[in-house]
Design a protein around this ligand. Structure first.
Ligand code: CP
Length: 351
């Protein structure tokens, strides 16, 4: 059984196949109108969402399938104390594929251990958001025509930003990709992510420095829901604001992406600039999720060798209080990554 829990679950070849599938779906939507007829997608959303849940829903409907699930865990038996493990055991009896969003890091991985059907991570805490990454990749391909030799500016909350972490894991495999990190020091990219980048990044303290060199500017929101200290959120929330003046410093070919929702970090005046690609990016989210559902339900993908971390594990307690393993009835365990670093099996934090 294969799932899509992290960008690293996809080989570079599989990423390419999904992008090509999405482009084919855009060109020939009618050919896919009954591709998932008789199949059901369960959307289990324990955390709010507009784009991800609705685009998954629209995607399954346009593939001829049906959708069930919940958009607020309080309306499900989760409110009575049901675990993720038991919930997915139950949902496995009613659906063919699950898309799960959860505020706890590693929740979709726990789900995958108990599910009889494929699980797609639709965003887990500050950890990972692989279908957003596929949305970003499809947008980059459609806008710029390539994944290699790009300078990518990452701006805003690089500490808790799951979209940033997933995008880095996907893009760092392409030749000539360099990252420019623009964040307040309190929200800097975690050291374990910097370690993955080697020397393929530069840190700058202003957008003025980044604008002239980036091909892709990936703006992110400072996420109020990730802060325990509300005063700190108030102090940091407007650290970087992209406006029309800053856009004048950017290359004519540059694109601006944002996973959305935005709050203040991009002024509405930027929206009319043709380089502002974030609403086109939203639309790509539906196409790429159609391609992902189609692929995950195909024999070819399900019978391929799983990727991602699945090697030997050993018992080990996780100290990340955002990790699902601290609250679900699962064995806490670790694995050793390709660089020899010991990490939590569920949330990937260094142990
Ligand atoms: N980009 C994204 O995940 O948006 P939602 O939170 O609205 O799903």
């Amino acid at each position: 059984m294969r799932h899509l829990l992290d960008s690293t679950d996809l080989t570079t070849q599989e990423i390419e196949k999904i992008v090509l599938r999405a482009l084919d779906i855009i060109a020939h939507p009618q050919q896919y109108a009954e591709a998932c007829k008789g199949k059901k997608l369960a959307t289990l959303f324990y955390e709010p969402s507009t784009r991800t849940r609705l685009s998954f829903t629209a995607a399954m409907m346009e593939l001829g399938g049906q959708v069930l699930g919940f958009s607020d865990a309080r309306s499900s038996s989760v409110s009575k104390g049901e675990t993720v493990a038991d919930t997915v055991r139950v949902v496995s009896a009613f659906a063919d594929i699950i898309a799960m969003r959860h505020y706890k890091e590693g929740a979709p991985r726990v789900a995958s251990e108990f599910s009889r059907i494929p699980v797609i991570n639709a965003g887990d805490g500050g950890h990972s958001h692989p279908t957003q990454t596929m949305t970003d990749l499809l947008t980059i391909r459609r806008e710029l025509g390539r994944f290699d030799h790009l300078t990518i500016g990452l701006c805003g909350d690089l500490k808790y930003g799951r979209t940033v972490h997933s995008l880095i894991k996907a893009m760092r495999r392409y030749e000539g990709v360099h990252f420019v990190l623009i964040a307040p020091k309190e929200l800097a990219l975690p050291d374990y992510m910097k370690a993955e980048l080697g020397d393929a990044y530069t840190e700058v303290s202003t957008l003025e420095e980044a604008m002239p060199v980036v091909d892709v500017l990936y703006m992110t929101r400072v996420q109020q829901e990730r802060f325990a200290d509300k005063d700190e959120y108030e102090r940091l929330k407007d650290s970087f604001i992209l406006d029309e003046r800053l856009m004048e410093l950017g290359k004519p070919s540059m694109i601006v992406l944002h996973p959305l929702p935005r709050v203040n970090e991009i002024t509405v005046g930027v929206d009319k600039d043709p380089r502002a690609a974030y609403f086109r990016q939203v639309e790509n989210g539906k196409y790429v999720r159609k391609a992902i559902i189609y692929t995950l339900l195909s024999d070819e993908y399900m019978h391929a060798e799983p990727t991602g971390h699945h090697g030997e594990t050993s018992s080990c307690a996780c100290h990340n209080d955002r990790c699902i393993a601290t609250t679900e009835p699962v064995e806490q365990k670790s694995y050793i990554d390709a660089d020899g670093v010991k990490r939590c099996f569920y949330c990937d934090h260094m142990l």
